[in-house]
Design a protein around this ligand. Structure first.
Ligand code: IDP
Ligand code: MG
Length: 137
């Protein structure tokens, strides 16, 4: 079964887009891209599972502070797992991962987002690219 993953370069790290794309291209195929500043409304949906957690306000404030770059990545079974491995852990990412290699050792400002399951990959790509398309109408 084909999989989709939503990947997003977080504010302040867009200068690493080429290096990040090079790594993603080894795992899957980038089929869509946007560059935009996100709002509270869409971030509340995207990070819904974290509403009420102590880091939520800081996370949303950071995520809307500047432009992000979003990608839809497509690939074969295992795509989402392989992208998550390439991205690295939320805390203390290992050397060789995107979060380690381009990061600044900050748990919130951790370079990149990637969907955590094939189901969420489809949902997040749909939501984000529908949103951007709606803005462009
Ligand atoms: P993930 O991005 O590795 O999937 P999640 O647990 O889904 O991690 O958390 C979403 C985002 O919230 C993280 O990427 C990070 O930016 C932020 N975050 C998660 N846990 C913490 C925390 O304990 N302190 C501060 N920020 C956090
Ligand atoms: Mg997550």
């Amino acid at each position: 079964m084909k999989e989709k993953c939503f990947v997003m370069i977080k504010p302040g790290f867009l200068n690493y887009e080429n290096e990040i794309v090079e790594r993603l291209n080894k795992i899957g195929t980038i089929t869509k891209r946007f560059q935009i500043k996100l709002t509270d409304e869409i971030l509340n949906k995207h990070y819904e599972e974290h509403i009420g957690k102590p880091f939520f306000a800081e996370l949303v404030n950071y995520m809307k502070s500047d432009e992000v770059v979003g990608f839809e990545v497509e690939g074969e079974e295992g795509l989402v797992k392989n992208i998550r491995e390439c991205v690295g852990a939320t805390k203390n990412p290992a050397p060789g991962t995107i979060r380690h290699d381009f990061g600044i050792g900050d748990v919130t400002k951790n370079v990149i987002h990637a969907s955590d399951s094939p189901e969420n990959g489809i949902k997040e790509c749909q939501r984000m690219f529908d949103y951007v398309e709606m803005l462009n109408k």
